[in-house]
Design a protein around this ligand. Structure first.
Ligand code: ADP
Ligand code: MG
Ligand code: ZN
Length: 485
């Protein structure tokens, strides 16, 4: 007897339909899974057998073959447990085959038959909606996430509930969604005293989605400033929120009660992070930090401490807005349009840039430090500022401007930039051209200066890019001695 359940395997973030066929024949009892299942998926055998027995259902006798079709598609993870169990039960007449074939399902089985959440439920549910499947049977905790795809979830806590529902004995359980969107309490800029230049650069970075490098001696508030960028970014649009949630879902990072990520994500990997952790990849092909920061901020705190290969690997997504991870069976794409923020001391001892201290670094040590950063990477930073040691007077001053009014200006500038991009006046154009020759600026450098100047004009509510805007933008270029060519 043959029965079929439907689920979806993910290629990157893309759901590909998988038919889980269970076939029972006479002979000595055995269970075989074919169709390019990875190890976690092969281990389904134990979980499915134990889960079915725990649910007080019959594990079919005879030779059982489970085929995951199409065979050439790699099946990863434990989300296939539930469809495999349901196909087996339908093949042994314990639930109606026709009804099962109209549903999608996914979820991991515990040995006692309970269902566990798996990553990627949103993308699987999107596959179910695309293929016009009736409903998706999934772990109860994944309901709210599945519902984001516009398909009705049947959230179950135990295999026996899934069976009862498919037999028509149980209505789809109601599920409660908190207040919909995920929330975050961002750090406020009011905490930062002084540092007007750093604040200004942060606001420009937010308004123009520019990459920002904050340099300077330790303890001046670089990390503090960088961590406050997400709090002055506008919320994500609906489409973007779904895109971000899809990525975080695959990594198993969504809040079950508030799955939709409606704000710009913020990721700050430690400098010891591997290249794979940052740009993704590895055997299970999960999105890396750069993809988790899609539509948001990737902070590399203490930039010069990161491994150079990890830093260099970021050049491609900075250019293309996506990461292409190559693997044997073709390549997989993950979106990675993030804003890069870095902080660093200007030298290993940290005294450089600090008028009150004397740098004790040897020329050799300094050269090695700067070797970590390639000129090519440094070129990707549109805004480079030094954050000097705040004068005592500044620190005694009251709190700085709070994040709310800054975010309001950022939103205004974004609207302006989307509406009608300010154009350079003839004088501004001439200033830029002269700077290109004098500095000299690469093609990319010129484009970056022009872009920052546009943001400055938009924040000033100016219809045109004026020479003063170009002049300010030029002041944010990276000093050439900061990196090796
Ligand atoms: N401009 C500032 N305003 C308020 N507090 C500051 C400022 N700069 C430094 N601090 C204090 O010093 C601590 C260290 O700042 P941090 O941002 O980590 O410095 P950095 O990253 O430049 O080494 C902060 O937690 C904060 O308490
Ligand atoms: Mg710091
Ligand atoms: Zn030094």
């Amino acid at each position: 007897m043959l029965a079929r359940a439907v689920t979806f395997a993910l290629v990157g973030l893309e759901p590909r339909r998988v038919e889980v066929e269970a076939h029972i024949q006479g002979g000595a009892p055995s269970l075989t899974i074919v169709g390019l299942a990875d190890r976690a998926c092969q281990e389904a055998k134990q979980r499915v057998r134990s889960g079915i027995l725990s649910a007080e259902l019959d594990f079919p006798g005879g030779r059982v073959t489970v085929n995951l079709a199409p065979a050439e598609l790699k099946k990863e993870g434990s989300g296939f447990d539930l469809p495999i169990a349901l196909a087996l039960l339908a093949a042994s007449h314990q639930l109606p085959r026709a009804r099962l074939a109209e549903h999608a399902s996914c979820g991991e089985l515990a040995l006692d038959g309970r269902l566990r959440r798996v990553g990627g439920v949103l993308a699987v549910a999107e596959g179910a909606r695309r293929d016009d499947l009736e409903r998706i049977v999934c772990p109860y905790e994944a309901c709210a996430e599945a519902a984001l795809a516009g398909v009705e979830p049947v959230g179950v806590r135990h295999l026996s509930d899934a069976v009862a529902y498919l037999r028509g004995e149980l209505e789809p359980p109601e599920f409660v969604v908190g207040n919909g969107k995920a929330r975050r309490r961002p750090l406020d800029l009011a905490d930062v005293r002084g540092q007007e230049r750093g604040r200004r650069a942060l606001e420009l970075a937010a308004a123009g989605r520019h990459n920002l490098l904050l340099g300077g001696p330790p303890g001046t508030g670089k990390t503090m400033l960088a961590r406050r960028l997400p709090g002055i970014l506008p919320p994500l649009e609906e489409e973007q929120a779904l895109e971000v949630t899809r990525i975080h879902s695959v990594a198993g990072l969504v809040d079950p009660d508030h799955p939709l990520i409606g704000y710009a994500p913020f990721r700050a990997p430690h400098h010891s992070a591997s290249t794979a952790a940052i740009v993704g990849g590895g055997p299970r092909l999960r999105p890396g930090e750069a993809s988790l920061a899609h539509r948001g901020v990737l902070l590399l705190d203490e930039l010069a401490e990161f491994q150079r290969p990890a830093l260099e690997a970021l050049r491609q997504p900075l250019e293309d807005g996506e990461l292409v991870v190559a693997r044997a069976a073709g390549s997989v794409r993950f979106p990675a349009r993030f804003q890069l923020v870095g902080t660093m001391n200007l030298c290993p001892c940290g005294a450089r840039g600090d008028p009150g201290a004397q740098c004790s670094c040897s020329a050799q040590r300094l050269a090695r430090y700067r070797d970590k950063l390639s000129r090519a990477l440094l070129d990707r930073f549109d805004l480079v500022v030094t954050v000097p040691r705040a004068r005592a007077l500044e620190l005694q001053a009251g709190p700085g401007e709070a994040s709310d009014p800054v975010r309001a200006r950022v939103v205004g500038a974004r609207l302006r930039l989307a509406d009608c991009t300010p154009k350079r006046t003839a004088a501004a154009d001439e200033l830029l051209t002269r700077a290109v020759e004098r500095l000299p600026l690469s093609g990319r450098g010129r484009a970056k200066v022009a872009g920052v100047a546009r943001t400055i004009a938009a924040l000033a509510a100016s219809d045109a890019v004026l020479p003063e805007h170009i002049a300010e933008a030029l002041a944010y270029r990276a000093p050439t001695e900061l990196a090796t060519p």
